[in-house]
Design a protein around this ligand. Structure first.
Ligand code: 13P
Length: 305
């Protein structure tokens, strides 16, 4: 007798209940996907394979369809699902995006979950846009992540000094706004701003080493109380290890990782393409095993796999 595999919505709720997390790995170059999928299998870690719009606009991910097709060739559903990361309403260059068409294409193709990023909008406009995407996606059985607050770093301009940013709490997600946002949108998971920043993606800064970020566990506790849904940590590369592990105990159920696997690939991709793939494999294993301590998480998240 065959059993129906759990949906990513169910698996995220298991992660939340068990105080563990699901790492999501971004794929800016299609060949990176196979070593990531293999690393998840070899470490028996349940994870998400992800692509964000900026990864086909500014890198070489191809688009919604090429990523979907590549995933069909490498996937092992015991250990992963496919997620469409950041589709912004207004992008990092302040341009309006045809976000509804991109998200609908992914939901129709068969992505397991999708993210609308209305974080550059007013609260009311973010709620309205997210609500529309939730209605569309839930009708197709697809889970939705949204963002409230400002996880900075993707913009090309200079960032304020990190310690200043952290001390002021500027851009951190407001717990009362988050309560209203979740209640009015019906979103499944919420990306929150609690101190992390995205790795730089501009052509000039994308090779720089990421700063070491900290997290406000106090703010995270307040957000967990007011929202009740699984919370997502973006900008997962380079966050102080003790902060990450504590955040998982306090409600972070998904951690996005891009820079930690992209930079080792880019360092070798022209001179040694085979070595670049091996570097992605090793970097993914190191994130799972050493940074996040998530080896064997499949035994909790998808038992029997
Ligand atoms: P990093 O580049 O810091 O790993 O951030 C990834 C991310 O949050 C993608 O959504």
């Amino acid at each position: 007798m065959s059993t129906v595999p759990p949906t990513i919505h169910e698996i995220m709720l298991r992660a939340q209940a068990a105080h563990t997390a699901i790492p999501g790995f971004n794929i800016p170059y299609l060949p990176m996907m196979e070593p990531v999928a293999r690393a998840l299998r070899d470490t028996r870690c349940f994870g998400l394979v992800m692509v964000a719009r900026l990864e086909w606009e500014k890198f070489a991910a191809g688009g919604v369809k090429p990523i979907y097709e590549t995933y069909q060739q490498v996937k092992d559903e015991r250990f992963s699902r496919l997620h469409l990361d950041h589709v912004p309403v207004i992008d990092e260059d302040n341009l309006l995006v045809d976000y509804e068409a991109i998200l609908a294409e992914a939901a129709t193709l068969g992505y397991d979950s999708i993210m609308i990023d209305g974080s550059r909008l007013s609260l009311d406009d973010n709620i309205a846009a997210t609500r529309r995407i939730v209605d569309m996606a839930h009708g197709r059985g697809v889970a939705v992540e949204a963002e409230l607050g400002a996880v900075m770093g993707h913009e090309s301009g200079p960032m304020p000094p990190y310690e200043e940013l952290f001390a002021s709490g500027k851009g951190f997600t407001d717990p009362d706004e988050a309560r209203r946002f979740v209640a009015e949108t019906g979103v499944d998971w919420l990306s929150v701003a609690i101190g992390s920043v995205h790795g730089a993606i501009s052509a000039t800064a994308r090779r720089e080493k990421k700063l070491e970020a900290r997290l406000s566990i106090e703010r995270l506790d307040a957000l967990r109380e007011t929202t009740g849904v699984p919370l997502v940590l973006h900008g997962g590369t380079g966050v102080k290890k003790e902060c990450v592990l504590e955040s998982v105990r306090h409600g972070i159920a998904k951690i996005n990782i891009a820079t930690a696997i992209r930079q080792p690939y880019e360092a070798l991709m022209d001179a040694d393409p085979e070595g670049a793939l091996q570097a992605v494999y090793e970097a993914t294993v190191a994130v799972v095993r050493d940074d996040l301590e998530l080896m064997n998480s499949v035994d909790i998240l998808n038992p029997g796999a």
